[in-house]
Design a protein around this ligand. Structure first.
Ligand code: ZN
Length: 265
């Protein structure tokens, strides 16, 4: 599932091609994937996009007048920009014809969602925590207040947004912390180190265009190149890059979590 670096990569690839482009035609192919009243879709017509931003793992495109088109890619969703055909026929859920190009929402597993909301109305991205780059003392204190495993706290989007399984495992490895440790067992220094590790690994991933395991591509069809640089995620049984101990995989908070049993304590 795309996490902060992958979603940010989509946003960065979309910005130069959709900003200022107006919506000239709308084809809604899968109503259950698209959330928003029919009248709002009508109102979107003719409106140019004024901004493309990321909030947690959401992509938010604001049109003139304040309508917000929000996307969550979940497992396999892609937001694609194409100058012209051929378009992917199967699994295409939304097709927006823009002034010059085409914006397509494509998702074979259909877990992704597209929301069209009027300004100020309640949105699924309300109540998200800050992302690791904006997080501060309040997030560290929240982790250290809770009994849940730190892995679960990292994945809780209300505390901190944008982190998923890959970068949670990578940051825990860098910080030398086991995924199953209760949040309240972390020292202030460990919590600080973990947040710093999250920022570092996400910054590096951004430089490589994110991580592609199976599905991820940015809006222009580029895959991320960070997968080969992951230290622990998906590497169960391989030697720890730091101490050579075979990496172990446990289920923590319902998610597979790979870690080094020697240098993560
Ligand atoms: Zn190790």
């Amino acid at each position: 599932m795309p996490e902060l670096p992958e979603v940010e990569q989509v946003v960065r690839s979309l910005r130069p091609v959709v900003l200022g482009e107006a919506v000239e035609g709308i084809l809604r192919l899968s109503p259950h994937v698209l959330v928003g009243e029919g009248s709002l879709w009508q109102a979107l017509k003719g409106k140019p996009f004024r901004s493309v931003e990321r909030r947690g793992k959401y992509i938010l495109m604001e049109a003139e007048g304040g309508l917000v088109l929000g996307f969550h890619l979940r497992m396999s969703g892609r937001l694609l920009y194409r100058e012209g055909p051929p378009f992917p026929g199967q699994h295409l859920h939304l097709h927006l014809a823009l002034t010059r190009g085409h914006l397509l929402f494509w998702d074979p597993r259909k877990f992704g969602r597209c929301y069209l909301l009027s300004p100020g109305s309640p949105a699924p991205w309300d109540g998200l925590g800050p992302d690791p780059f904006d997080a501060g003392e309040a997030v560290l204190a929240e982790w250290r207040r809770r009994r849940a495993p730190i892995k679960a706290l990292l994945l809780n989007q209300r505390i901190l947004s944008g982190v998923g399984n890959i970068y949670a495992d990578e940051a825990l490895f860098r910080a030398g912390i086991r995924p199953g440790r209760p949040g309240m067992s972390l020292s202030p220094k460990e919590a600080e180190r973990l947040l710093q590790a999250l920022r570092e690994v996400m910054e590096e991933a951004l430089l490589w265009g994110g991580t592609t395991f199976r599905h991820f591509q940015d809006a222009l069809g580029e895959e991320g190149r960070f997968a080969r640089r992951l230290s622990v995620y998906g590497r169960k049984g391989e030697p720890c890059p730091r101490c050579n101990t075979p990496l172990r995989r446990d289920v923590v908070a319902g998610r597979g979590s790979t870690f080094c049993p020697a240098c993560q304590v």
